[in-house]
Design a binder for this molecule. Sequence first.
Ligand code: BT5
Length: 253
Amino acid sequence: KWGLDTEWLGNTIIHKEQTTSTQHIAHQAAQNGAAHGTIIVADEQTQGKGRLQRPWHSAKNLGIWLSIIIRPSILPYLAPQLTLMTATVLADVLHNKGIEPKIKWPNDILINQSKVAGILTEMQAEQDQIQYIVIGIGMNVNHKQHDLPEDVNRKATSLTIETNKSWDINKLIQDILKQFEDTYADYIDNGFIDIKKNWENYGFRIGKPIYISTLKEKWAGKFLGIAEDGALLTTDKNGDTCKIYSADIDWLV
Ligand code: BT5
């Protein structure tokens, strides 16, 4: 049915017409032993989620609401690299279709400065061993403006709004999973180096001023790039270089 062109990714696909969140189903499946490469995909989510329990708007049949279970043998502290890797996967797929996406650290894909997709990476680890990671991908595809949420931190958009045509969601899923499998193979074989380079081609605001908000504070810094481990490299309040692992960034437009 799905017509995938992959070797291991999506060998098991759990499809739900409607579910709370594909992340939720993925955690359950992974805890019950679901294989590396299992995919959960929904036509509609009633409780789609972003980072920090924020809601993710997931309208019926209009977008890609998908979670991937992987079981990599990497150290847990490197898991944020997989968010950045997935962002390059989505950016490459869109780029290959003639769209010019940007990646906003850590997990947003933008087209014309509006958010078209987001990534949510969740990990289950014990000490230095990863049990599994769930990578959630949400992409607005065939939404018209009125199908999108308005109470969003950054203006939302969809592929249809940006390109004035409708898209085949199944084909996009095929392309994303193929690109994910290829990029993941490179990551496992060669580490983060190629991905970092590719990320920096798409990275939004590199070299420019940004606002950084962590749970504790907010300040203005300069976006210096990303570190080998996937952290954000920026300047702190004293102008010294620092590494940030978890934050939201923004900028003046
Ligand atoms: C994200 O979080 O961007 C991660 C989104 C991951 C969604 C996928 S869908 C499949 C899987 N199952 C799930 O339940 N989740 C994953 P974050 O950076 O925290 O951004 C969340 C913010 O984006 C919200 O607070 C809104 O402001 C905004 N937002 C919500 N829905 C949106 C949408 N459809 N398009 C654009 N922006 C949206």
